[in-house]
Design a protein around this ligand. Structure first.
Ligand code: IVH
Length: 788
């Protein structure tokens, strides 16, 4: 006995601490301990309760993790019925409601407590002497189902009330909901589970389905939350006299009450609130489907009473539905910059949430198959905020008999090139690349963007106009544009828009614009290899990959002819990237564009011999290992290359010879069947050829190859330079092999300090790191340019 007293106290203290942490985390949104600390406290409490079963209590947080499943839910009769609300869909209906309330009470501008209408599931929570004893669904309003075990798993619901001024018997009413983030995370997990976990249709279904689980351990895994918004039965205690004060009291007892609740006077105040919440709706972390106006004075509420099952003193003002039903008239394919072919449903126009919707995305072919959307189908479309409307599901009963399953077309609707879907890819793409008009406009914008060719003033509108009037077929055409072309284009665009400017001033503005654009285009001609590679818009090739390629191979001529296994010699270039680059350069149209660019004066300022970094990897063994033949590890590839220094012998090798060279039986089989597949022998020959060429280029450049002057050095830029922008300086340094970092450390090779250099310069001096001024940087760049 002596020992159980302190243990009981210990358990009580742990329970209080854990529930306090729950409250801070789930209600106040202000956690004060780490997850690890929380878990530690829980384990401690579990251990005590396991050792002392007599200490187990109904309000213990250990009971939240999920009790044993039950066969069915018991029926619960609500002490005070759970009613529903009448709906208003227009300003007039709200004005009507407020007028009637005012007339009945003899008030002109009654005061309302105003709240979001949460889109979840109504529940009632019963507390006896401050402890949670039972929770139930609404059911038919009189009787619901006992889902106590499931509700216990929701950490936002207090198991014990805080403070002490609560009624001995208390029923709290509110909404269980699934936050949008939790819903999205759940569905992401479900999609990744390959059918093991079912996706949820929307957060409301998610909340309702979770509470209906007979196994509370399942509910415990669902991301559920709760908001309190009213009281049911309450006996043995004083209560506030207004609804707003009741909500405040609920907060003090430990319940989450939305911070969006407010008070509003008369119809005008209510409608203002409706507009305010409506404007925030899309950015809220949970779904709402309207707002609720409740007469604030509880005595006045009692005076008004009910009609049937709905109170006269409250009304729900609903937002227009976000989902609507309409018919699919066609399924088209849209082509993006990277050629991604997105199936899009063309719909009979329908108003969804106040906006007319005529298109909805179907994302990809898998999604079309999953939904089984067919032309002629009646579908439910949803629009949420600014996001593209999407098809939620098909209404199968309304499908016309002749509707056939949809298939991705084989040819691009814009350019006729094949639409291909690589193995394992979700997205199908038009293979036309820069020859496809739809991809071209997007590609042009990317080409001209700041981090690519950096053509100032070539925005979306001009690109589209230039493309529309046939001045830009490919990015190379940019460099052939004349002043007259631009003025002519502008004149035609003005004519088309009916805005023909006649004045002398307008003419001057137009010619100034054209001159500036020509100058900007001209300026962009001299560029770096990395910028040009990035500007081409090759799939998966971002700035980083473009720089790495430029650094290793040094010239566009080399890069544009490399087979994919050699591209993989660059660190961080994996299969996917290497294939994307190879397939880009395999298109004759793309090669033509590069020829055109170079012919029209695009000049790469920093081409150089292959870098010495490449030297070590220019071995047959590395190429063999890059092929991805199962079982052909780096080590085995090495053995194979040593045994077959001549490619001819390797191509003709027998199974037994391969095994003798050190391959496993399986690997030898895989290698032979790899060679047997179409194009593979030719590919391997190309690889060997490129390998030789790169080696020769290295030898020509002197044994070491182009070891870039700043290779292996880390440089930090600070302050402002006069003759270069920060980006330009960074690009020049990187072209010389340096890594440009954001902060100074002992590893920094040197700091380039412009004027008004601040803390980075101080840090450099403190650490004794070398500091260069702008003049020294420029001199260095110039001398390096002479060398390469
Ligand atoms: S008060 C007598 N307040 O709307 C009034 N209900 O039709 C009792 N709801 O099933 C309800 N948010 O699930 C109230 N702030 C809110 C609400 C709300 C959502 C739901 C509740 C109920 C339905 C009423």
């Amino acid at each position: 006995m002596n020992r159980t007293v302190p243990v009981a106290e210990q358990a009580a203290a742990l329970r209080a601490r854990i529930e306090d942490a729950n409250h801070r985390y789930h209600v106040l949104d202000d956690p004060d301990i780490s997850d690890a600390e929380y878990d530690r406290l829980m384990r401690e409490l579990e251990a005590i309760e396991a050792a002392h079963p007599e200490l187990a209590s109904a309000d213990s947080p250990t009971r939240r993790v999920g009790a044993a499943p039950s066969r069915e839910f018991a029926e619960v009769t609500h002490a005070v019925p759970m009613l529903s609300l009448a709906n208003a869909f227009s300003d007039e209906e709200v004005e009507d409601f407020v007028r009637k309330v005012g007339e009945r009470l003899g008030l002109s501008e009654p005061l309302f407590s105003v709240e979001p209408k949460f889109d979840g599931l109504a529940i009632s929570l019963r507390y006896e002497r401050g402890v949670f004893v039972q929770g139930a669904t609404r059911g038919d309003g009189e009787r619901g189902e006992d889902v106590s075990a499931n509700l216990r798993t929701i950490r936002a619901i207090p198991l014990r009330l805080r403070g002490s001024d609560w009624p001995q018997l208390l029923e709290v009413r509110g909404e269980v909901y699934m936050p949008r983030a939790g819903f999205a995370a759940w569905n992401a997990k479900a999609l990744a589970s390959a059918g093991k976990i079912k996706t949820l249709a929307n957060p409301r279904n998610g909340a309702a389905g979770s509470l209906r689980q007979l196994d509370p351990r399942i509910t415990a895994q669902r991301p559920l939350a709760f908001y309190a918004y009213a009281l049911g039965a309450a006996e043995g205690g004083d209560l506030p006299t207004s609804h707003a004060a009741t909500l405040q009291r609920l907060r003090q007892w430990g319940f989450p009450v939305s911070s969006l609740v407010d008070r509003a006077q008369g119809a005008r105040g209510c409608l203002e609130y409706f507009a305010r919440i409506g404007a925030q709706r899309d950015t809220l972390p949970f779904d709402i489907d309207g707002v609720v106006y409740k007469l604030d004075d509880l005595a006045a509420q009692r005076e008004l009473g009910f009609v049937g099952r709905t109170p006269r003193w409250a009304i729900a003002h609903k937002f227009p539905a976000q989902e609507q039903q309409t018919r699919v008239e066609a399924i088209d394919v849209q082509i993006g910059r990277t050629g991604a072919a997105t199936p899009t449903a063309r719909l009979a126009p329908v108003s969804v949430g106040g906006v007319t919707v005529t298109n909805a995305t179907l994302h990809n072919a898998d999604q079309v198959a999953r939904l089984d959307v067919r032309v002629g189908d009646t579908v439910i479309v949803r629009r949420a905020g600014d996001v593209i409307p999407e098809v939620v599901r098909v209404v199968p009963e309304l499908r016309p008999a002749q509707a056939r399953p949809w298939q991705m077309p084989e040819a691009c609707p814009i350019c006729g090139s094949a639409i291909v879907r690589e193995d394992g890819e979700v997205v199908a793409r038009c293979s036309g690349e820069l020859t496809c008009a739809a991809q071209r406009a997007q590609a042009l914008l990317h080409f001209a963007s700041r981090r690519a060719m950096d053509i100032d003033g070539l925005g979306e509108r001009y690109v589209e106009d230039l493309a529309e009037f046939g001045y830009l077929r490919s990015v190379a055409d940019l460099y052939r544009l004349t002043l007259d072309d631009l003025l002519e284009m502008k004149r035609r665009a003005d004519e088309r828009d009916g805005t023909t400017p006649e004045t002398v001033k307008a003419g001057k503005v137009a010619s100034k614009w054209a001159e500036n654009l020509i100058a900007a285009i001209d300026h962009s001609r001299r560029t770096t290899l990395a910028r040009l590679l990035y500007a081409l818009g090759i799939g998966h090739v971002g700035e980083g990959t473009a720089k790495a390629l430029a650094l290793r191979f040094g010239s566009i001529e080399r890069i544009r002819h490399l087979p994919w296994p050699l591209l993989k010699l660059v660190p961080d270039v994996g299969d996917e990237v290497a294939h994307a680059i190879d397939s880009f350069f395999s298109q004759a149209g793309n090669q033509r564009v590069i020829d055109d660019l170079l012919a029209s004066g695009v000049e790469i300022s920093d081409e150089h011999a292959p870098s010495s970094k490449l030297r070590a990897s220019l071995e047959l063994s590395n190429v063999l290992a890059a092929l991805g033949v199962p079982g052909l590890s780096e080590k085995r590839a090495h053995m194979l290359a040593a045994a077959f220094p001549q490619i001819q012998a390797l191509l003709g090798a027998q199974h037994a010879q391969l095994v003798a060279a050190g391959l496993s039986d399986d690997a030898a089989g895989h290698f032979i069947s790899w060679l047997g597949r179409a194009g593979h022998v030719a590919l391997l020959r190309r690889c060997i050829q490129s390998l030789h060429e790169l080696r020769e280029a290295l030898v020509d450049a002197g044994e070491e190859g182009a070891s870039l002057p700043l290779e292996g050095q880390t440089v930090v830029l600070t302050g402002s330079l006069v003759s270069l922008t920060r980006d330009e300086a960074k690009a020049r340094l990187e072209a010389l092999g340096a890594k440009v970092a954001g902060s100074v450390s002992k590893k920094t090779s040197f700091v380039v300090a412009g004027s008004e250099a601040g803390s980075k310069l101080d840090k450099a001096q403190e650490l004794g790191v070398e500091v260069w001024d702008e003049a020294r940087l420029l001199a260095f760049i110039r001398s390096a340019d002479l060398r390469t």
